[in-house]
Write a protein that binds this ligand. Sequence first.
Ligand code: NI
Length: 401
Amino acid sequence: MNTLSEEKVFRDPIHGYVRVQDKIIWDCIQTREFQRLRRVKQLGSTSMVYHTSEHSRFAHSLGVYEIARRMINEVNDISKALTEYEKITVKLAALLHDVGHAPFSHSFESIMQSDHEIYTIQIIKGESEVNTLLKAYRDSLPDDVASVIDGTHPNKILCQMVSSQLDADRMDYLLRDSYFSGTKYGEFDLERILRTMRVADDKLVIKASGMHTIEDYIMARYHMYWQVYYHPVSRSYDTLLQKVFQRLFDLYNEENNIVEKLPMFKALLEKNILSNEEMYLLDDSTCFYAFNLMSQIDDAILSDLAKRILNRNLFKYSTVDKKEEMKRRCLEKGYDLKYYLHQDYQSQNPYKPYSRRAQCIWVLEDDGSIKELSTVSTIVSSLSQNDSYEDEKIFFPKEIL
Ligand code: NI
């Protein structure tokens, strides 16, 4: 009953096949909350730069599950260290880790002022098809899956597999986003990582012979952030998204009848936290239909910003020292600075030796001792010496130049 009579597979360009043997995993994929992920792109704004980055959260979530499944099946130590119930728990956590993701990657999170993890936990623990399914398996399963995702599960190996600095999530998104963007920056040797993964001292560790592969993985992360995720053109698109919603909220607060014209955003405008049902209805297609409607609305700013999003008429960018000049130019051309001048700061650290939340990476030396990665790798040590790598830019309409 717990195992499918025949293995099911999904074709996948990163993993070849995503293999499903457990009935509960198969059933979970069929839930409406998981199927919604087909309608949410993994990288909202990146396709404005790398136009083939059109893959979905659905594909990524299956990929994270597949890596977690392979860790269990191929790393003997993990297979021995986990109970059957823990194996199901961690596979479900991998599959569901992004189930509460809003449209447009992380740019929407600043608009909603809450992150996707809150919604992921709310869907797993609250009223949903996912919750019903998990509870039917065992009453404690929703809480246990949620605790792996938020990193509080008592068995730290499970948390390391799904939410650490070397987890199935990061490994899948680096490979997948790299592949679909048509770049090579995110590539690293997943096979070698799986071969050198062990459990020692109740931790996931990498054998010293696999350390160079881990260095490669950290470098992949560093390059992907600056070449893909934080690309200025993609940040320009994110800026427009933030501004269009800022205008929408401002109109709503002025008691404009905007909700009647954009009923799909009623809950977003009126509430701090959306219900699972309201979240279910919020996907990429909802937003693009709304932008179409906004482009025809009789508010010059809202319709202009919406048209810019639809037609990729993006803001230009410059260094922050040009801010006063761009401000003056915006004002001369009659642009409202609140919506047409934006300062954006991004920072990233490819690896943090000390992090409470995202556990660090451990290396198993030949003598059996366990060392934190940056103490044995000079490459990682020099990459993590800076507090973070940062970049600040200002964004403005090209019409002012
Ligand atoms: Ni993810």
